[in-house]
Every structure is written in C-alpha cells, then in structure tokens.
Design a binder for this molecule. Structure first.
Ligand SMILES: *[C@@H]1O[C@H](CO)[C@@H](O)[C@H](O)[C@H]1NC(C)=O
Length: 226
C-alpha cells in the first residue's frame, strides 16, 4: 500500500519535473577582467544571452516570460532543485533573501529577477553585458539581489518563470562553483600590501640619503677644485 503511494508520488514528481525544460547552457563568471569582478560578497556573471529565446513549447513569450537567477551555496543547490517541484507556484518566495543564509535552518539559496528574454537577445550585442550578484547590498526584501556571506562558494542557475502560474518552466544548468574571496585572504593581502609599502618608505629614505651624500661629495669636490 505505502509502496504504491510512494510510486504514485514519484510518478507525479517526475511528471512535474519533466515539464521543466533544461537548456544546455552553463552560467559563468564574466570571462574578462572588470573592477570588482569577484569580491568577498559579490561577483559578476555573464548575462543569460540567448538562453531562453524562441524556445518551443513555452506557455509564455520572449516579452512575457521572466528570467530570474538562483544563487545557492552548498546544500542550497539541492534544496532549490527539490523546491522547484515541491513548492510549485510558491517557488519565488520559498527562500527569502534575508533568511537564506542566517535563519535557524537556512535554505542557502535565494532568487532574484533579471528581466524578459527579449532584453537578453541572441547574436552579437554591443558592449560588455553583465549581471552583478549582490548589487543591492545587505537588503531586506524577499527577492532582492543581496550580498553573500564573506568567503562563500556559490553556484548559480538562470531560470524562466511563467508569469501566470509563477512556476519554473525552463532552466539552465548550474554554474561551476564560484569561490568568493575569504576575509582571511583579504586581511593577509592588506598585511602584505602594508609590508610592501613600509619597505618602499625605507628604500626611498635610503635612496634620498645616498643622493644627499653624493651631492655633498660633488659639492666638496667642485669647491676643492675651484
Ligand atoms: C545582513 O545584516 C544582518 C543584520 O545586521 C546580519 O545578520 C547578516 O549577517 C548580514 N548579511 C551579510 C551577508 O552580511
């Protein structure tokens, strides 16, 4: 009896899951150097250009579907993949940003909005196009684009939401793990930078003294000659 219930539930779950079309794209950190491409709490991704455009069998269009991103650390990856099926139309509020990493039982992921596929077109687009995770700082609304706890390692996926049902209808693959800079690395960097500038001061002083002595010698030589 229990077994048949379980198999029915599994069948239902796989039915729901199979309606989410996976696109064969992997979000990645911006490939070129940019200021603050990676800090202790933010990072910069390539945009989901041409990820979800003109996909057949979608209930919404390039103008109405909504592209969101999921930012997850550790078990958050698994938690989201379960929730997108279990929570259905509640998925966007299943792990509010303010609680995502600090509540009693944190889900360790949050979801924030980018726009519609029309704004992320296929083909050549001019300029550097990027998406900065953490742009809203330590914010307080459910789907704000908040910073991450310092030194976290995160993975990201772009998802497509049906504006009517509020369910996930398509998704990219998870990115590779992205390791944010840990506070210890920052403080040791500060320290080595400080040591380096102290060394610079010493060298400058020595050089100035040497120069002064040389000038004095030169003056003496000239005076004696004269
Ligand atoms: C955001 O602020 C809250 C409250 O001050 C704090 O508990 C939390 O650690 C902060 N989050 C981050 C990622 O710094």
């Amino acid at each position: 009896m229990a077994l048949s219930y379980i198999s029915i539930i599994c069948a239902l779950l796989s039915y729901v899951d199979s309606r989410i079309l996976t696109v064969d794209r992997v979000p990645e950190i911006l490939p070129y150097e940019l200021i603050a491409r990676l800090t202790s709490s933010t990072f910069v991704l390539s945009q989901p250009l041409c990820y979800f455009n003109k996909q057949p069998q979608l209930p919404c269009t390039d103008n109405t579907c909504e592209i969101w991103s999921v930012i997850a650390s550790g078990p958050g990856v698994h938690n989201f993949d379960l929730d997108k099926v279990r929570e259905g139309s509640q998925i966007l509020s299943s792990s509010p940003y303010p609680d995502a990493f600090v509540s009693e039982v944190p889900k360790r992921y949050f979801i924030t909005k980018l726009g519609v596929p029309r704004d992320f077109p296929c083909g050549q687009v001019p300029g550097v196009r990027y998406f900065k995770v953490g742009a809203d700082g330590n914010c307080s609304t459910t789907n704000c684009n908040g910073i991450l706890p310092a030194g976290t390692t995160v993975r990201v996926k772009y998802i497509l939401i049906d504006p009517v049902t509020r369910e996930v209808v398509s998704e990219s693959k998870w990115s590779n793990p992205i390791a944010l800079i840990s506070p210890r690395a920052i403080s040791s960097m500060d320290e080595s930078m400080w040591k380096r500038s102290a060394a610079m001061v010493v060298i400058t002083v020595i050089l100035s003294c040497t120069l002064a002595v040389l000038l004095l010698l030169l003056a003496a030589v000239l005076l004696l000659d004269w």
